[in-house]
Design a binder for this molecule. Sequence first.
Ligand SMILES: [Zn+2]
Length: 181
Amino acid sequence: MTTSGKERLDSLQRLWTPWRMAYIKDPDQASEGCPFCVLPDRGPEHDRETLIVYRARWAFAILNAYPYNPGHLMMVPYRHVASIDDLTLEELHELADLCQRGVRALRAASGPHAFNIGMNIGGVAGAGIADHLHQHVVPRWGGDTNFMPVIGQTRVLPELLEETYDRLLPAFAEDEPGSGT
Ligand SMILES: [Zn+2]
């Protein structure tokens, strides 16, 4: 890559990912603790900062701060467990409920064409935070792999995380799990 090309990507990254620096600088969200344990512990009054869009009894839904696409959600049990076979039945069922709720909320908020849903169990499988299980729900649009360049782990995004959060929040709150037709 040419120097000017690299500079352009650096400035794009600063332009489109300002939350990333805030995330790194906030001592409460530093990598010492597990973020999936630390963030919900900060309390519901911090949910907009921590990007938690919904709290259920055994698990919660949170926007990925390093999204592949706008609206990239993660469904996470409160308990610090690494694998799907460590979950209780209640936790497992609630993750499935949250997953369905997340798909509905994303459909209502931003009309994606498709979804990728899945878990990476263990670091070798690609889990970024391998010690605390999380299920990804990634909205997809036709052509999204063609025009959004990958910059490290961060794509160039057409909107900021908080805007996504504000659109998803009411869609999440309105839906009832298991109310599919
Ligand atoms: Zn944890």
